[in-house]
Design a protein around this ligand. Structure first.
Ligand code: PBG
Length: 342
């Protein structure tokens, strides 16, 4: 075939291509499906859910269009929906009553706190859904930090001791996956030992191994009510967004301390970290598409600037391509409904 260029000089494309035409495989929908390397399935989803006190109420998160906080009874309904949609796991995050927040986050150690009540209520229904719980003090502290404070300093070892107790309390209430998001040193080893000593040697741990000090958590902090409280930032414990080798070190330590699964957070700006961790350790690896990522897609779609469904699917597929085995995403129920044809 001859190709006429703008200058009317002709180029012999067959000579150039020698039969190598990449577009052949892309020519039809069936062929594109046949050569597709990665796919998103409901089995890849973890749905993060926010909890509030009260009965039969939902409360919209204004910075996360379509996301609601649920009272415990409504969270039970959400878990039922997750089961019906085939979503394997839901992750619970409490918005603790401001009156119950204090300097040490003592409500975290109350075995009747919002998270524990939700765990018990959902567990009682026996849905085929795993329940994941966040281990960190920030939803319970008056200063919004994930650990205990001495002046401006976040104290590592005493915080870990508290996190071990928090994890045990969540285990007793019915958690299936303990997910420490605090970034203290040694917390995975401490929590693994505490769980084992408590008879929970089969409980899984998903470590937020590479959690960066990120601007993309803003809407989440609105959702759990810790934004206004937060004094300073979290850069003395969460990672510097400039680093990658350090993320591998964190993941290695967490795996050696007993983590069953590794998480990278935020998601889309850190696809390189997912790929490196997956390649280095060949362990179950997850991405957290965080609140700010969700909010950006929704806000652009609301303005008519991008197609929401397409951007949602493309953003999630990117995690699979980067090597993630699954994704925590606020889009989970919406995507699952689409995949289920609902
Ligand atoms: C805190 C925690 C955060 C998120 C999950 N657990 C916020 C933070 O570290 O300040 C963020 C999740 C999101 O933005 O969707 N332990």
């Amino acid at each position: 075939m001859q190709f006429a260029s703008a200058s009317h000089s002709s180029v012999d494309m067959n000579q150039i291509l020698k039969g190598r035409r990449m577009r052949r495989n892309r020519a039809s929908d069936w062929s594109r499906r046949l050569i597709r390397e990665n796919d998103m399935s409901t089995n890849d989803l973890i749905w993060p859910i926010f909890l509030i006190d009260g009965v039969n109420k939902t409360d919209p998160v204004s910075s996360m269009p379509g996301v609601e906080r649920y009272t415990v009874d409504m969270a039970v309904r959400a878990a039922e929906e997750a089961a019906e949609l085939g979503i394997p796991v839901i992750a619970l995050f409490p918005n603790t009553d401001p009156d119950l927040r204090d300097e040490t986050g003592s409500e975290a150690l109350n075995d009747n706190n919002l998270t524990c009540r939700a765990l018990q209520a959902i567990k009682a229904e026996g849905f085929p859904v795993g329940l994941m719980t966040d281990v960190a003090l920030d939803p319970y502290t008056s200063h919004g930090h994930d650990g205990l404070m001495a002046g401006d300093h976040i104290i590592n070892d005493e915080t870990v001791e508290r996190l071990c107790r928090q994890a045990l309390i969540q285990a007793q209430a019915g958690s299936d996956i303990i997910a420490p998001s605090d970034m203290m040193d040694g917390r995975i080893g401490g929590i693994r030992a505490a769980l084992d000593n408590g008879g929970y040697e089969n409980l899984q741990i998903m470590a937020y191994s590479a959690k960066y000090a990120s601007a993309f958590y803003g809407p989440f902090r609105d959702a759990v009510g810790s934004n206004a409280n937060l004094k300073g930032d979290k850069r003395t414990y969460q990672m510097d967004p400039a680093n990658t080798d350090e993320a591998l070190k964190e993941a290695e330590l967490d795996l050696n301390e007993g983590a069953d699964m590794i998480m990278v957070k935020p998601g889309m700006p850190y696809l390189d970290i997912i790929r490196r961790i997956k390649d280095a350790f060949l362990s179950p690896t997850y991405a957290y598409q965080v609140s700010g990522e969700y909010a950006m897609i929704c806000a652009a779609a609301q303005n008519g600037w991008i197609d929401k469904d397409k951007a949602m699917l493309e953003s999630l597929l990117a995690f699979k391509r980067a090597g993630a085995d699954g994704v925590l995403t606020y889009f989970a129920p919406e995507l699952a409904r689409k995949l289920n044809g609902k």
